[in-house]
Write a protein that binds this ligand. Structure first.
Ligand code: NAD
Ligand code: ZN
Length: 233
């Protein structure tokens, strides 16, 4: 298969993952048949305005997601990527499952659901308690409200992670787009950047093609496609 040949010949491979890569671990995606957004409207929950309006509602939803994620384990897709430390890994996921599978240096462009950040002083701490004893949680340093350390709609991406993601994309020979609907900007533009700047071969792995500018589409579950695709044997 052409993609396999390209992968073998590549000097620099970059993978971008989305919620679909964790679906087989039992974590709902946002879009698609079992998507969370079918039950909740994103604008009610994942925006700074929603948090301003009703921090307890927003936190109840995050607390529920944290509980689901805490019960989840990495699946064969996470493990196949972890077995290839030569592949630069960019993720939109906030669940930490790539790290749990053993991936190091994961570029988490949308933050991390286990990090709590003070709205007033910016202090951050990692807290894996589920459920949280108090909603919203409060900052030990200044008493301010804490929010989830994730990127909400309309917010800028963490500068360092975004810079690293752009650099990786600009040097890719092969760019894998895995389990993402490619709708959330600016991350969805990374594949196009890789094509434009380094003429990367773009391979999409998805249950159904997302309409990204892929050169090849491998339709199927990430947990079934990746172990075979990334196996060097
Ligand atoms: P998305 O929900 O918009 O899209 C999920 C995509 O995955 C869809 O295209 C779907 O067809 C595909 N998919 C579903 N199951 C799959 C499987 N087993 N194998 C391969 N593909 C599969 O997700 P997104 O594009 O990542 O964008 C939404 C935002 O959602 C991101 O910012 C992310 O932070 C957030 N999110 C994260 C998590 C998580 O951390 N696990 C979960 C939900 C949403
Ligand atoms: Zn504070």
């Amino acid at each position: 298969m052409e993609s396999r040949r390209r992968l073998r010949g590549a000097r620099r491979i970059v993978a971008l993952t989305g919620a679909g890569v964790s679906a087989e671990s039992g974590i709902p995606t946002f879009r698609g048949p079992d998507g969370l957004w079918n039950q909740f409207r994103p604008e009610d929950l994942a925006t700074p305005q929603a948090f301003e309006r009703d921090p307890v509602l927003v936190w109840e939803w995050y607390d529920w997601r944290r509980a689901r994620i805490a019960a989840a384990e990495p699946n064969p897709a996470h493990r196949a990527l972890a077995a290839r430390p030569d592949i630069a890994l960019i993720t939109q996921n906030v669940d930490g499952l790539h790290a749990l599978a053993g991936s190091r240096d994961v570029i988490a462009v949308h933050g991390d659901i286990w990090t709590l950040r003070c709205v007033d002083c910016g202090a951050e701490r990692v807290d894996r308690t589920v459920p949280l004893p108090e909603l919203p949680p409060h900052c030990a340093a200044c008493g301010g409200r804490q929010r989830p350390g994730v990127v909400w709609f309309g917010e800028p991406l963490p500068a360092d992670a975004w810079r690293r993601a752009g650099e990786a994309a600009a040097h890719a020979d092969v760019f894998l787009v895995i389990g993402t609907s490619s709708r959330v900007q600016p991350v969805a533009g990374l594949a196009g950047l890789a094509k434009l700047v380094s003429r990367a071969w773009v391979v999409e792995v998805n249950l159904e093609p997302s309409g990204s500018e892929a050169d090849a589409i491998l339709q199927g579950k990430a947990g079934e496609v990746l172990p075979d695709l990334l196996d060097r044997g």
